[in-house]
Design a protein around this ligand. Structure first.
Ligand code: AMP
Ligand code: MG
Length: 315
């Protein structure tokens, strides 16, 4: 069973050692908790897929402490450099061509010649990456297809037997996965909505992103699988009044809500509460989970994307 350790300098040093030794370490970022492994070590990366039960065609995001470290691994073309300059450290993963001699395990990109890379924001995550001195592949630390973890306890419940150390930095500030943008296309393609809004990126670049289609046989991103982020209970969206026996997940003023994502209708607050609320409701004997309407703007788009996948028929 993994030790849950508070995010102190001594524990970060210990976790960095474990990563260098090829072990799995879960750590907090501003998006969700990541399941980290040495991205240059085939066996360590294979252990991520095994622990998550993740299909091997779903590539992983590589985490580095700064843009300079990213430049050693991938070709940052001008538009990628601009996006990195504006949004790193932060909740944006950029897909860029892998450099020859990057040393990255081929398993990381699941046969593609590109790599998704990100510099996470929290100082604790970046200290860990600096101390490890290796690129760290880190998908969300949950069983594949299930709800992403936003606390150390979520990770312990699902993956405690598979990881050496879980660093506990408290609840994640954003609570939704990173936005994934493929910057090798012109214009760049949005592969997955997430913590950085599409609007912010489009405003910054002064253009509209292409939007990747859904294709379960050849997903460009695992986040694009139709059924994903799924609780056990059936989930319905855009519901104003729950049916008898159903829990109501509220947004905005809602006296009848079982749990409210944000009483004031704040999308940042709703994103931060989303996954923990779904887990809470899923642990109780409701017949289903009804979710109130959430506006399709800003972070609301990524929230609705996750809810649509949670509501999708299970494969
Ligand atoms: P997760 O690690 O669970 O947050 O999911 C990683 C996300 O990054 C998925 O949506 C992946 O498909 C996407 N991703 C990682 N590498 C690539 C790549 N080389 N090309 C396209 N998408 C990628
Ligand atoms: Mg995930």
């Amino acid at each position: 069973m993994a030790s849950i350790l508070p995010l102190t300098p001594a524990n970060i040093t210990e976790a960095a050692k474990a990563l260098k030794a090829g072990e799995l370490v879960a750590f907090p970022t501003e998006t969700v908790y990541g399941l980290g492994a040495d991205a240059t070590n085939d066996r360590a990366v294979a252990a991520i897929y095994a622990a998550k039960g993740r299909p091997q065609f779903n590539p992983l995001i590589v985490h580095v402490p700064d843009t300079e470290a990213a430049r050693h691994l991938v070709d940052l073309q001008p538009v990628t450099e601009r996006l990195a300059g504006r949004f790193w450290p932060g909740a944006l993963s950029l897909v860029a061509p892998r450099r020859t001699g990057s040393g990255l395990s081929l398993l990381v990109s699941a046969g593609l010649d590109t790599v998704a890379i990100r510099v996470p924001a929290p100082e604790g995550a970046r200290s860990l990456l600096r101390a490890a001195g290796i690129p760290v592949a880190a998908p969300s630390a949950n069983v594949s297809g299930r709800i992403s973890p936003t606390t150390a306890q979520h990770v312990a419940i699902e993956l405690g037997d598979h990881v050496a150390i879980i660093l506990d930095g408290g609840p994640c500030a954003i609570g939704l996965e990173s936005t994934v943008v493929d910057s090798t296309s012109v214009p760049p393609t949005l592969l997955r909505g997430g913590g950085v809004t599409t609007e912010e990126i489009e405003l910054f670049l002064g253009l509209s992103l292409m939007i990747a289609g859904n294709d379960d046989d050849a997903p460009k991103s695992p986040g694009m699988l139709t059924s994903h982020y799924a609780p056990d209970r059936l989930l319905r969206m855009n519901v104003v009044k729950a049916s008898p026996g159903e829990a109501l997940l509220g947004f905005g003023p809602a006296p009848d809500a079982t749990i409210n994502l944000s009483v004031t209708g704040n999308l940042n607050e709703a994103a931060a509460n989303l996954f923990a609320s779904l887990r809470l409701l899923d642990a109780l004997p409701w017949t289903g989970i009804a979710v109130m309407p959430i506006p399709e703007t800003g972070l609301g788009r990524a929230i609705n994307d996750r809810l649509r996948r949670a509501a999708a028929p299970r494969g």
